[in-house]
Write a protein that binds this ligand. Structure first.
Ligand code: FAD
Ligand code: SF4
Length: 397
């Protein structure tokens, strides 16, 4: 008889008990399982180890002297893409759900870790291992709340699954990569999305109530490349709220501390990343990090149209101005915000330059947050690539 792995003796934490990363915990789900045994090395907020895990996953870590590597991580290629026939109700055109379905139906994997919502609430996440097309489709659209995707890790061993696809955001994938070898899998594929400014369910309520004209009918929202938040409502209408008109004072505490100290916006450790911010409006942005990622993308070649990535404008002045504006919680009158949004949309950064704008403004904000609240963590927690980006700007004390 072989001895059980050491981690099986560890006990999962009870819901609502204090997490090892304390207030920085992103509720990734690892500590809801006996894999908590590895938390000190695996947790993205206790032990930042992106370069090591990049080498483990992609065979090399990003080259800090190459601009595209510095910003977007290790990759073989990037492109803009959209489904020829979008999936109704998906976050964008449904490329993520389509890849997951193909992987399952073509037998590359036996299950897909994804996140549905609870029957009671469309925004409360409910991670599952999907084994049918219908279960994957029921997980479409973002749950814009911290989601314990890794809480299903114990079910993997119990289910006997050997080939698995995991869909997830950066902090979940960092912890997953750190325990990957302990899962007993023969093949693991990781389909990631970029992620930023996530919230707890209570924080989401505050955001919706502060920002939308009808919080209870919002079915989805996104911070779009046209510098507006787009809220889609149950009746199919879209409400636009300019970024610059957000009630920054009220919203300063809404984003989870984990997300205010995160530097893995682009999901560095996924095999394939599907977002939107490096693509023209209406298109999705694809980053193929390694051969497994290419294999996944190839499955949907016939279902998508693609174009080369483009880059236009200069983000740097806008980023520099955003730093003190956020710091002092400046809120503009709505009419000024609307005019500013229109002007910036016309002359502002586009394509990859918009993605760099978003990365720069989040990294500078998060660097300041970490420096002020967790100075003892700053050196180890901020990866070298983020330090190099932040160093390009003048930050307040
Ligand atoms: P769909 O086919 O609708 O599938 C969505 C998938 O996301 C589902 O499989 C589901 O399992 C998974 N999912 C939903 N909620 C969560 C969650 N909370 N945690 C983990 N997985 C989840 N892209 C950018 O370019 N810039 C951003 O700033 C950005 N922020 C994001 C913030 C969050 C919280 C999330 C979840 C995604 C974010 N994205 C961002 C990605 C983008 O919004 C789309 O999810 C992505 O382009 C895929 O769209 P789709 O239509 O192909 O997805
Ligand atoms: Fe545990 Fe994940 Fe929270 Fe870290 S972020 S303490 S690994 S649940």
């Amino acid at each position: 008889m072989t001895a059980a792995p050491k981690h099986q003796k560890a006990k999962a934490l009870k819901p609502n008990s204090k997490r090892p990363a304390k207030e920085l915990c992103s509720e990734c789900g690892l500590c809801d399982t006996h894999y908590i045994h590895y938390v000190k090395t695996a947790c993205a907020f206790i032990n930042q180890q992106i370069p090591t895990l990049e080498t483990q996953t992609h065979g090399r870590s990003r080259d800090l002297d190459k601009e595209d590597d510095l910003y977007f991580g290790v990759h073989q290629q990037m492109m803009a893409a959209r489904k020829i026939e979008p999936i109704p109700g998906a976050q964008w055109t449904g490329i993520v759900s389509t890849i997951a379905i193909e992987m399952l139906e073509q037998g590359l994997v036996e299950g897909v870790v994804c996140v549905q919502n609870t029957p009671e609430d469309r925004f409360t996440p409910m991670p599952i291992i999907a084994r049918t097309r219908e279960e994957i489709l029921a997980a479409k659209v973002n749950k814009p709340t911290l989601s314990p995707n890794l809480s299903i890790l114990e079910q993997i061993a119990e289910s006997g699954l050997k080939k698995l696809l995991v869909i997830g955001v950066g902090c979940q994938i960092q912890a997953l990569r750190a325990v990957e070898k302990e899962l007993g899998l023969e093949q693991l594929y990781v389909l990631g999305t970029p992620c930023t400014d996530n919230v707890t369910r209570a924080g989401l309520q505050k955001f919706l109530e502060t920002t939308s004209r009808s919080p209870e009918t919002v079915v989805y929202y996104e911070f779009m490349q046209d510098f507006n938040v787009h809220f889609k409502h149950e009746d199919g209408s879209t409400e636009l709220v300019p970024f610059f008109g957000l009630n920054t004072k009220e919203l300063k505490d809404v984003f989870a501390p984990s997300c205010l100290s995160c530097f893995d916006y682009v999901n560095s450790l996924a095999d394939l990343v599907v977002g939107y911010m490096g693509a023209p409006y209406g298109w999705q942005w694809i980053v193929v990090r390694n051969d497994r990622g290419q294999q996944m993308l190839d499955l949907v070649n016939n279902a998508i149209e693609t174009q080369a990535v483009m880059s236009k404008g200069d983000r740097t002045a806008a980023v520099q101005q955003s730093i003190p504006a956020y710091d002092k919680a400046v809120t503009l009158p709505m009419w000024v915000a609307k005019i500013m949004g229109v002007i910036i949309d016309k002359i502002g950064p586009k394509g990859l330059e918009y993605a760099r704008f978003s990365i720069d403004s989040h990294f500078t904000r998060n660097y300041l947050f970490t420096k002020r609240n967790y100075p003892e963590k700053l050196e180890q927690h901020v990866p070298e690539f983020a330090k190099k980006i932040v160093d390009r700007y003048k930050l307040p004390e």
